[in-house]
Structures are given as C-alpha cells and as structure tokens.
Write a protein that binds this ligand. Structure first.
Ligand code: NAP
Length: 245
C-alpha cells in the first residue's frame, strides 16, 4: 500500500511512535524516525520495523530545536532520497495546576509539542511543494479539543497543533498535500502508565479500556494512503467514546 514511500515519524522510540514505525513498515514504507535519546527502546523500534523488510533508521534529535531538526532532515534526505509522509508524534506532558506551573514547564511542553510540529513541517514543506504531493499527520489529543484541568500547557499545545493542521491543510491543499490530526484519548503507553489502573477513568470511557498504540497507528497509515486523498484539515478523535456527546 505504501511501497516505495518514505515516512518520517517523530518520537518513534516508544509508545504510539513505535507502533507508527512498525505499522508504516508493514505497509511497505521505508521509515526514518526521530527520538530524543539513543536508547535500547529506539534500537528495538529499529529492529522491529526493519523486520518488515523495509529500511528503518533512527535519528537522535530534539524536535523542539529548529537547528537540530534541520540537520536531522538533511541527513534523512541524503540517506533516503526524499520524504513522502511526515507523522508528528513526539510529545511530552508536565501535568500540574496552573497555580504551581512554572513558565519553563509551560514552555517545554509547548516547545516540544507545538514548535516541534512546526519545525518538522518547515523541513518537508518545500519538498512536498516541489513534488506536488505529501501527507502530514499530526498527533494531537482530546485535551486539545476539550481542555483538561492540570494540563493547561499540554492542552494549549495540542489545540495549537489542531489549528496548525487546519491552516496547513488550507495552505497546501491546492498543491495536493494533505494535513490531518489524530486526537487520541487514553492510550496504553509510558505517558499514561501512572494512572492505567484507575476504575474511575475506565468508567468514563464507553469501550472501558485504553486504546492500543497500534489502533492509533492504523488510522495514520490509512490517512497516508491513496484512499485518503480527499481527506484534509480533519481531526480524528480516537478515544473509545470518551468525549462523544
Ligand atoms: P511516550 O510513550 O511518552 O513516548 C514519547 C516519544 O516522544 C518518545 O519516543 C520520546 O523519545 C519522544 N520525544 C519526547 N520529547 C521529544 C523531543 N523533545 N524530541 C524528540 N523526541 C521526543 O508517548 P506516547 O504516549 O506514545 O505519546 C505519543 C504522542 O501521542 C504524543 O504527542 C502524545 O501527546 C500523544 N497522545 C498520547 C496519549 C496517551 O494516552 N498516551 C493520548 C493523547 C495523545 P525518547 O524515548 O527519546 O524520550
């Protein structure tokens, strides 16, 4: 389905990002993924995605740093030739009430989640425009749609990702480039490990469970495929019914 395509995934070492790398690889795409640390987890992603018979390489890079992102993409282009699909998945939380949130804690979350998305889109923008094709998929969150107490920094960053997504969709639609967002609810990853067992949370989710990372990844693969060519500027909630009204 994505044979011959090159997908770049940020935050590919763990959680949803690892599932994205593996799912894109299984769909036939070569995968370049970014992560902050050179960890055993990153090596495991590379091995698991590579086992699908495609090329998979990791690039250590802080997505919040424009110059590091630029350098990483220069390497990726040199090694893979091009980029066809960009998935902005790298993200962090630093949850606390606004009263005790330090400016640097607001900054760090917004810099990673929102500026990080801007930084990577800047790298593929001219390439996609030249080719008159390209797919951008940004991982937002339901917190960016409905807000969440204790997550002012995170929610603001993820709402920003949604507005960025819609703006890019309008800007690049005429060039045959699509840009969509996925807004997960609770997903089984390190990010939610601290409260995975709470009955109260499970009761608030109609399907009574967290999503699995692969379930988010399969939606991203769909959005990157030919069948999704007319879908752009959309936000897909994948939250087990958590926020349905
Ligand atoms: P995770 O398990 O905590 O993994 C985070 C990933 O992002 C790791 O690969 C990490 O790399 C990378 N990363 C963090 N900061 C980075 C930076 N500055 N530069 C480069 N890479 C960085 O997270 P997850 O739960 O899979 O979440 C993935 C995305 O889904 C995030 O955007 C998150 O906000 C969103 N999301 C998650 C949930 C959920 O319930 N889990 C719900 C809604 C939305 P290292 O391994 O090197 O640290």
């Amino acid at each position: 389905m994505l044979n011959g395509k090159v997908a770049v995934v940020t935050g590919g070492s763990r959680g949803i990002g690892r599932a994205l790398c593996i799912s894109f690889a299984k769909a036939g795409a070569d995968v370049a993924f970014l992560c902050r640390r050179d960890s055993e987890e990153a090596a495991a992603t590379r091995e698991e995605a590579g086992a699908a018979g495609v090329r998979c390489e990791k690039y250590i890079c802080d997505v919040s740093d424009f110059d590091e992102v630029k350098a990483a993409f220069e390497k990726i282009i040199a090694e893979f030739g091009t980029v066809d699909i960009l998935v902005n998945n790298a993200g962090v939380t630093c949850d606390k009430l606004l009263l005790s949130m330090k400016p640097e804690e607001f900054d760090r979350v917004v810099k990673t989640n929102l500026y990080g998305t801007f930084n990577t889109i800047k790298q593929v923008y001219p390439i996609f425009c030249r080719k008159r094709s390209g797919r951008i998929i940004n991982i937002s969150s339901v917190s960016g749609i409905i807000g969440n107490a204790g997550q002012a920094n995170y929610s603001a960053s993820k709402a920003g990702v949604i507005a960025l997504t819609k703006s890019i969709a309008k800007e690049l639609g005429p060039r045959n480039i699509t840009c969509n967002a996925i807004a997960p609810g609770f997903v089984e990853t390190d990010m939610t490990a601290a409260f995975a067992a709470s009955d109260e949370i499970l009761k608030s989710i109609p399907i009574r469970r967290f999503a699995r990372p692969e379930e988010i990844a399969s939606l991203a693969v769909y959005l990157a495929g030919d069948d999704a060519a007319c879908i752009t500027g959309s936000v897909f909630t994948a939250d087990g019914g958590l926020t349905c009204r």
